[in-house]
Design a protein around this ligand. Structure first.
Ligand code: ATP
Length: 145
């Protein structure tokens, strides 16, 4: 029996604003929660291919660069009708230069937020943890001028 009923991949996608502050993209799912862009890994796809496709489909953003060395997995269970779904999501870190977002029908809103506001906005503790780790990774690895 497979360990998970659903496997998704997603991105902690960020942009640098004009004040050199890092802003993270958080989407408002139609279920009500706020979380990173993500989606089901389709058969034959690598995790990174899924992320590029999902980010494009969900936000319209095509200019994304995946950052090497960050890969974090979370899992949760939720109820779909009467069935309990055991789900896992693998997150990568990605940056973009364009903050223009075109939403799909899957989401009702979006926000580019600094670390603190993004942490407040995210609905679930497991995603908050991913954001904290992403921020720490960036502050240890980002180039200084
Ligand atoms: P995907 O974006 O992977 O295609 P989806 O839009 O079908 O996923 P989810 O975002 O996984 O759906 O949401 C399905 C259910 O799981 C919702 O009821 C939501 O509240 C819950 N859920 C979503 N993310 C988490 C999480 N990180 N931790 C716990 N529960 C979550």
């Amino acid at each position: 029996m497979p360990m998970y009923d659903e496997i998704s991949a997603g991105a902690v996608l960020h942009v640098m604003d004009k004040n050199f502050e890092i802003n993270y993209l958080i989407l408002n799912y139609s279920y009500g929660h706020w979380d990173f862009p993500k989606g089901n890994i389709e058969s034959g796809e690598t995790e990174i291919e899924t992320i590029k496709r999902e980010v494009m489909e969900e936000t319209g953003i095509i200019d994304i660069t995946l950052i090497e060395g960050f890969r974090q997995q979370i899992s949760y269970k939720y109820r779909k009708k009467s069935k309990l779904i055991n789900k896992t999501v693998i997150y990568y870190l990605a940056e973009t230069k364009s903050n223009k977002v075109v939403l799909s029908f899957e989401h009702v809103n979006f926000a580019w937020l600094n670390f603190k506001d993004a942490l407040d906005k995210l609905s679930f503790d497991n995603s908050k943890r991913v954001l904290k780790n992403a921020k720490e990774f960036l502050s240890n690895n980002i180039k200084s001028y």
